[in-house]
Design a binder for this molecule. Structure first.
Ligand SMILES: [Mg+2]
Length: 275
């Protein structure tokens, strides 16, 4: 049953635990209370876990390093970015695609490593991928334009939908939506698929990589509109932690269908049924 009350006790256990990172696992440079206990319980029970982020401007290895610096033992295989999932989606759905990517080097590396063919030649491009790109230049827009305009057979997707990336202290940076909009504006083409949160494609692809069915997974995060919305859309259980972006009294703004199954003051309530 979806709830907006604080959950006193979690009695169900899951085969896969998917975690947002910022506001859920850590805040700034510190792990949140209960995280090490929950990670130990998941490991000891032999269950699967993954850390999911929309931001593909760092490699999975860099995220794993951050988790290790904070005291969790994680490898790059525990991290999925929207880049990982974009590669998986391309391999599953358009395995012969020749891609042009408006993105940063870690995203290109992730795609290339997973066997996705990349090109800057508009004549051979069959898929344009837009993303968070602080290396965006006019030639990239021109290439996307040449590849997409009057060529309806060429597909157009985005790694994730974020308008901006917030920084601590209130500043931020234009994110993938700005690049997607620039390409849409000059080509009259609409981006046809957005992989990252809150699209359920992110969850279903991550779970297919883990080999766990949606009904045996729980998505844990601190944002209703992205983390929880994605879990609900994909058909997993959902847990909102109150350690990040959402306060309990904000839950009144949402319809019942948008509410999580659990509202947790501490993330390690999820550990009890595993022990
Ligand atoms: Mg978060």
């Amino acid at each position: 049953m979806p709830t907006k009350e604080v959950t006193a006790q979690v009695t169900e256990d899951y085969d896969a635990y998917l975690f947002d990172m910022d506001g859920t696992i850590y805040l700034g440079s510190g792990l949140l209370p209960g995280v090490p206990e929950l990670m130990d319980a998941i490991a000891q029970a032999g269950r699967k876990r993954a850390f999911v982020t929309n931001n593909p401007t760092r490699t999975r290895g860099e995220y794993a390093e951050k988790l290790n610096r904070l005291g969790l033992s994680a490898t790059e295989d525990d991290v999925v970015t929207s880049g990982t999932l974009t590669a998986a989606w391309i391999n599953q759905n358009l395995p012969d695609a020749v891609c042009f990517v408006c993105g940063e080097p870690p995203l290109l590396e992730e795609l290339r490593m997973r066997g996705v063919k990349l090109s800057k030649d508009p004549g051979e491009i069959t898929l344009v991928v837009s993303s968070y790109d602080r290396t965006f230049e006019y030639w990239k827009l021109q290439t996307a334009f040449d590849a997409l305009r009057n060529r309806p057979q060429v597909r157009f997707i985005a790694t994730h939908p974020d308008m901006y990336c917030p920084f601590p202290g209130g500043r931020g940076e234009p994110d993938a939506a700005a690049i997607t909009a620039a390409i849409e504006a000059c080509t009259s083409r609409q981006c046809e698929l957005v992989i990252g949160k809150p699209s359920p494609t992110m969850m279903t692809t991550a779970l297919s990589l883990l080999g766990v069915p949606v009904e045996r997974a729980v998505m844990v995060g601190d944002r209703i509109r992205t983390d929880i919305a994605m879990g609900i859309a994909a058909g997993t259980k959902t847990a909102l932690v109150l350690t990040g972006d959402t306060a309990l009294d904000e839950l009144d703004q949402f319809p019942v269908a948008a509410l999580p199954d659990y509202v947790l003051e501490r993330i390690d309530l999820l550990a009890a049924p595993l022990l």
